[in-house]
Ligand binder design. Structure first.
Ligand SMILES: [Fe+2]
Length: 354
């Protein structure tokens, strides 16, 4: 299996992962042969990448860190909570707690898998998928930081609901495809306070969970919002969610910009490190990220291009690569693999389409 840009899809390629609607229903089933009609449908959904299975990737397995079913259930619940919040209807926090428990259990079971958030987001379900990813990334960071399970559950609930205040922001501003005016940005900023107030109405939510909604845009140097607080004065949970939020947003396609590759986003977060984030948390965060996930096309320093076949837990930048093209661009027929933990004079220069 490998991930491929929709624009490079050819008819008769085989879909390797099902595509789901925001309600968690299957739109296109795994294993179907893609026709021009299906490709058009995917484009209309705002999907720019899909997973396919072909001769060069048949043996590459890509594991999501949580089950598809858990991800879909979480998306459906966060969607219904956000709809209820918009209408002023109180939601049942037990559903959120159950989902966070499931996510935590699965992450504890999969401790050795590097995170490849391999979900395909449609334009409509971005907010819900993003909320689930921020929850997964925050919980795994909490595990790495050695937090106890009680704290991790509170962290997970707050992370899942961190953007709930956006339900009270006008969709026209929220979904504006171009640059926001100063006034519009001021409006968007209100989702933090509004979210906190919304969550505080539910007596079953802890103060620390609700606080995440309020403070996830605060920055370590005090340049964030809404309160411009800095450093350790920002609660640990909000410092964790701040990194998870930025990471998932930058690695996703948005209406106003294309997604950025994982290795560039990790660089970006590390570069912003001292100013925006808590550097100790960054270290715990990146420990689990698959910088070059399985199925990614890569350009090597010797000019060859290939597909990442296997990622090793403690060597995220040195995977095993199947070489498909030599440095002159000629296709290589034999199965040639380079294990970059053994061949030290070759590095990955960049990701590329195959
Ligand atoms: Fe936010």
């Amino acid at each position: 299996m490998r991930r491929i840009l929709l624009k490079n899809i050819q008819q008769n390629m085989k879909l390797a992962r099902a595509i789901y609607s925001e309600e968690g229903r299957v739109i296109l089933n795994k294993g179907i042969t893609l026709t021009q009609e299906y490709i058009k449908r995917l484009a209309a959904l705002g999907i720019s990448e899909i997973y396919i299975e072909d001769a060069i990737s048949y043996d590459i397995e890509i594991h999501d860190i949580i089950h598809e079913q858990t991800r879909n259930e979480a998306k459906v619940i966060i969607k219904s909570i956000m709809e209820n919040c918009r209408k002023g209807i109180m939601y049942n926090l037990d559903h959120v707690k159950n989902i966070v428990n499931n996510i935590l259990d699965e992450l504890l079971d999969n401790k050795d898998i590097l995170i490849n958030l391999s979900d395909i987001k449609t334009m409509d379900d971005y907010t819900f998928s993003h909320s689930v990813n921020v929850c997964v990334l925050s919980v795994i960071t909490g595990i790495n930081l050695g937090l106890n399970q009680l704290k991790i559950r509170d962290l997970g609930v707050g992370a899942l609901l961190h953007d709930v205040g956006k339900t009270l922001i006008h969709p026209e501003i929220l979904n504006k495809p171009s640059k926001l005016s100063e006034d519009e940005f001021e409006e968007i900023k209100k989702h933090t306070v509004l979210g906190y107030e919304l969550l505080k109405k539910n007596i079953h939510i802890s103060e620390t969970s609700a606080y995440i909604a309020l403070a996830h845009h605060e920055r370590y140097n005090g340049s964030g919002y809404p309160s411009c607080i800095e450093g350790g004065r920002i609660h640990l949970f909000a410092r964790i969610v701040a990194i998870a939020d930025v990471y998932d947003a930058l690695t996703s396609d948005r209406v106003y910009r294309k997604k950025i590759c994982v290795h560039e986003v990790v660089e970006h977060i590390m570069a912003l490190g001292k100013q925006h984030f808590d550097t100790d948390i960054i270290q715990s965060f990146i420990l689990n990220i698959a910088i070059y996930p399985e199925g990614t096309g890569v350009l090597l320093s010797n000019g060859c291009r290939g597909l990442v076949v296997k990622v090793m837990r403690h060597f995220p930048t040195r995977p095993v690569v199947r070489i498909l093209y030599d440095s002159s661009g000629n296709s290589i027929q034999e199965d040639e693999q380079i294990n970059l933990t053994e061949v030290l004079n070759i590095t990955i220069k960049n990701t590329c389409e195959i």
